[in-house]
Design a protein around this ligand. Structure first.
Ligand code: PMP
Length: 427
């Protein structure tokens, strides 16, 4: 049996940084990444056989817990019938129907294979539909790694303190306006100056890539009003929040209807599926009906779609989301109480199956505020919890994820570990 360290050393020989996605490298928390051998329910096991309670959940998809038997069965059944055809299938139709039924703002939807593809395509479509170039995004929001979006992005980039990426020509981001999240005045000013040039606003309606940051009252409403007034396309990037923040994502929780929505993660049940959809008049501007090009060899892959369908069918259930939100709140409140008992500056917030942990006095509302939190304390907490068998996202700038498998027992075990850890790390 190889140790995590041996695997990481080997990985670093042939994979840049030893990982296939940067935040997995433990770059901001230090130490050796855990190589995961298997997962079941709320748990993952590393290559050395150590068990962890998992609050990463594959960064969002594992909302039913890992390896849910119905989802695994659906994948096995689909795989036996062939892995990919490059031709339409009934499963794709069913998944599209399900998405449109559950999210009424989506009249038509196109499937892709990742969140990055979904947002990249949605923006191209918004530009093609409006005939405009400029887009608005918000600092700390991550929308995947398409060139024009790698401007003050969150997630791995934020973790590495890298405001933009090398390899993106200045010209490519010339049309991207970056504003502060939750700054209503800044949005009004941007529209006053550039309104007739703005193709779209893309926003994480609850941000999950700079830790968890909720929209303040009036923020999303203002985006809706200004986009309507200036005929710009409002895109909710619900790649993370879709079918996780609630049964209809953040649009269901707030009642605000975007023109377009991007999805991924939960809708693939752990397999590579993304989607972008919205108003039919906008969606019909895409090939083969319209002039905006977009395509994919593995788009709507039958095995991936089977996993997504099985997952969404199990989520057709208000009670599941009520329970998920209640469990997440219980965890959040328990962690706060444990930190308070040791006099540690710490607070939490949650939405549905998303949790924010902040080593700060108050819950942050912007990138600047979250950046001021105590990352040294977070790193101590992260490693001590890992030793205790609890696996949080390896960065102070990521949200954490719960699932239907995070039962009372799992949450109590987490809180017991946290009580010990907060005692260890107090000054
Ligand atoms: N948008 C959001 C809101 C995300 O959280 C992510 C991934 N964390 C993406 C887009 C990109 O998705 P993917 O990693 O599947 O390309």
């Amino acid at each position: 049996m190889s140790t995590n360290k041996e695997l990481f050393d080997r990985a670093c020989q042939h994979i840049p940084g030893g990982v296939n996605s940067p935040v997995r490298a433990f770059g901001s928390v230090g130490g050796t990444p855990r190589f995961i051998a298997r997962a079941q329910g709320a748990y993952v096991w590393d290559a050395e056989g150590k068990q962890y309670i998992d609050y990463v959940g594959s960064w969002g998809p594992a909302i039913l817990g890992h390896a849910h038997p119905d989802v695994v069965k659906a994948v096995q059944t689909a795989a036996a019938d062939g892995l990919s055809f490059g031709a339409p299938t009934a499963g794709e139709v069913e998944l599209a129907e399900l998405i449109c039924q559950r999210l009424p703002s989506i009249e038509k939807v196109r499937l892709v294979s990742s969140g990055t593809e979904a947002t990249m395509s949605a923006i191209r479509l918004a530009r093609g539909y409006t005939g405009r170039n400029k887009i608005i995004k918000f600092e700390g929001c991550y929308h995947g790694h398409a060139d024009s979006l790698l401007v003050k992005a969150g997630s791995g980039l934020l973790t590495f303190g890298n405001p933009t990426s090398a390899g993106v020509p200045e010209d490519f981001i010339r049309h991207t306006l970056v504003l502060d999240y939750n700054n209503i005045e800044a949005v009004k000013t941007a529209f006053a100056e550039h309104g007739s040039d703005i193709a779209c606003v893309i926003v994480e309606p609850v941000a999950g890539n700079m830790n968890l940051i909720k929209p303040v009252a009036g923020f999303l409403e203002t985006l809706r009003e200004l986009c309507t007034e200036h005929q710009s396309v409002l895109i909710f990037d619900e790649v993370m929040t879709g079918f996780r923040a609630g049964p209809q994502g953040v649009q269901g929780l707030t009642g605000i209807k975007p023109d377009m929505t991007t999805l991924a993660k939960v809708i693939g049940g752990g397999m590579p599926v993304g989607a972008f959809g919205g108003r039919a008049d906008i969606m019909d501007a895409i090939a083969p009906l319209g002039g905006v090009y977009q395509a994919g060899t593995l788009s709507g892959n039958p095995v991936a779609v089977a996993a997504g369908l099985a997952t969404l069918k199990l989520l057709d259930n208000e009670a599941f989301y009520q329970q998920l939100a209640a469990q997440t709140q219980k965890l959040a409140q328990g962690l706060e109480a444990a930190a308070k008992a040791e006099g540690i500056t710490f607070c939490t917030d949650s939405v549905g199956g998303m949790l924010g942990l902040y080593f700060s006095e108050t819950i942050p509302t912007s990138f600047a505020e979250v950046s001021a939190s105590n990352t040294t304390k977070f790193n101590q907490f992260f490693h001590a919890m890992l030793d205790e068998g609890v696996y949080w996202a390896p960065s102070a700038f990521e949200a954490s994820f719960t699932s239907g498998a995070h039962t009372d027992e799992v949450i109590q075990a987490t809180l017991d570990a946290a009580a010990k850890v907060f005692k260890q790390i107090k000054d």
